[in-house]
Design a protein. Structure first.
Ligand SMILES: *Cc1c(COP(=O)(O)O)cnc(C)c1O
Length: 411
């Protein structure tokens, strides 16, 4: 959360309301300073180790954001061949990109190999095909499911026993057999316990399991601990203390490397941690509607542009930036889609007048990247505030964008 209900509602000295006037609403605005601050905190926390930060591109894939990451010494974690291609287009070298797909065809994995990406394998059947195709000529990483249930919404837990992600830690002996038989070079082990873990102890618990598993893999170059870094969405939220985590992990990792007999690299793949707080979705208050039970504020955006509240019950702070002095009133803020797309129930906002600009905070991660054209609505523009200046990094869609892929057919 970057500012209080009191304002001023500015990014690097630029007024959010003026940005809404200039570029129109709905509008995504990102603050590059916050991204750089978050990156630096990780570089500092893990500075005692050979570390790599692989930004989970799916959180926000705009080319300008990817270039900003690259400039700040951050590499990339991608989950699809298309994300990899966006990364290459933004200037990343193939060797900087870790490809961590799930349920993709072997054909797509072959394409990723051809591009020169580092391949993260999360299925024994794929591992066997990989061994048959490449033997030791192409190294790979193995995604382990440690069966640790980390916090957060059930839909973003990936480490539990029913999860489709990763190869079970209980199957590591089987994996080691496949690896030896096919002469596969396993250069990395990976775990990603889910999108939000509660404390550094859960993280360390996962780490110990991977350290144990590592003894079966003599060719390791790195261990990737995925993500799970939490940021605050509302006051009082638990936040990952990256400095504390850095200290504990540095100790544990150094001890492990000494036992393993070689200094390995430690990798992380934060998405949300790097880009959640940098982003604001600005919308216009189209209507204020009083019903027998509530006062609704209806805005010119909806689940088509920010789906997290509806999909994950995620809490996004909502602020009326046009009326900072206004009396506080209780509102239910809803979207304009023909679904119940409620952004927040019973929120205390400065009195909302039709035409005011409403800001949704923490909208950088999984905001635009999960947006759609549902209800045939156009997707918003994106603006990056960089070194005190606003830059349009994606134009607003126009009707033609909706028709572009349709093929004319006379019925
Ligand atoms: C989504 C994802 C991440 C990033 O998760 P955040 O909660 O955004 O930090 C990291 N690694 C993998 C493999 C993922 O799928």
């Amino acid at each position: 959360m970057q500012f209080s209900q009191q304002g001023p509602y500015q990014i690097q000295g630029l007024s959010l309301e003026a940005l809404a006037q200039e570029y129109g609403t709905p509008l995504y605005v990102y603050d590059a300073d916050i991204i750089e601050r978050q990156v630096q905190s990780l570089h500092t926390a893990f500075g005692g180790l050979k570390h790599r930060i692989k930004y989970a591109a799916k959180a926000l894939t705009n080319q300008a954001i990817l270039k900003l990451m690259n400039k700040n010494g951050v590499e990339l974690d991608v989950v699809s061949i298309e994300e990899a291609q966006l990364g290459l287009q933004a200037g990343f070298a193939p060797s900087q990109i870790l490809y961590t797909p799930n349920s993709v065809s072997f054909k797509e994995i072959q394409e990723a190999v051809a591009l020169g990406l580092t391949i993260n394998i999360d299925n024994i059947s794929i591992l066997e095909q990989f061994g048959n195709a490449y033997e030791s000529s192409v190294p790979c990483c193995i995604r382990i499911n440690p069966h640790i249930v980390a916090g957060g919404n059930a839909k973003i837990q990936t480490g539990h026993i029913d999860s489709k992600f990763g190869i079970s830690i209980l199957q590591m002996k089987h994996v080691a057999r496949v690896v030896r038989s096919s002469n596969i070079r396993v250069e990395g082990l990976h775990i990603h316990t889910g999108s939000e873990f509660l404390n550094s102890d859960v993280f360390l618990q996962g780490a110990e399991l991977v350290f144990d598993a590592a003894t079966d893999f003599p060719d390791l170059r790195f261990i990737d601990f995925g993500s799970g870094f939490k940021v605050a969405y509302k006051e009082g939220d638990h936040v990952t203390d990256v400095m504390e985590l850095g200290q504990k992990m540095t100790q544990a990792f150094k001890r492990f490397c000494a036992e393993y007999g070689r200094e390995l690299e430690i990798w992380f793949e934060p998405g949300k941690y790097l880009v959640s707080e940098c982003g604001y979705l600005l919308a216009n208050a189209n209507v204020v509607k009083t019903t027998p039970s509530s006062v609704f504020v209806g805005v010119d955006t909806g689940l088509n542009h920010l789906i997290r509240p509806m999909m994950y019950d995620a809490y996004h702070e909502i602020v009326n930036i046009s009326n900072p002095e206004g009396a506080k009133r209780i509102y239910t803020v809803v979207g304009y889609i023909c679904e119940t797309d409620t952004f927040g129930y019973d929120r205390k906002l400065s009195e909302v007048r039709e035409g005011d600009v409403i800001a949704f905070l923490n909208a950088g991660a999984y905001g635009f990247s999960m947006s759609s054209n549902y209800n045939s609505r156009l997707r918003p523009a994106e603006v990056l505030i960089y070194k005190g200046k606003a830059h349009l990094i994606r134009r607003r869609e126009v009707l033609d964008d909706l028709l572009r892929t349709q093929v004319d057919f006379q019925v």
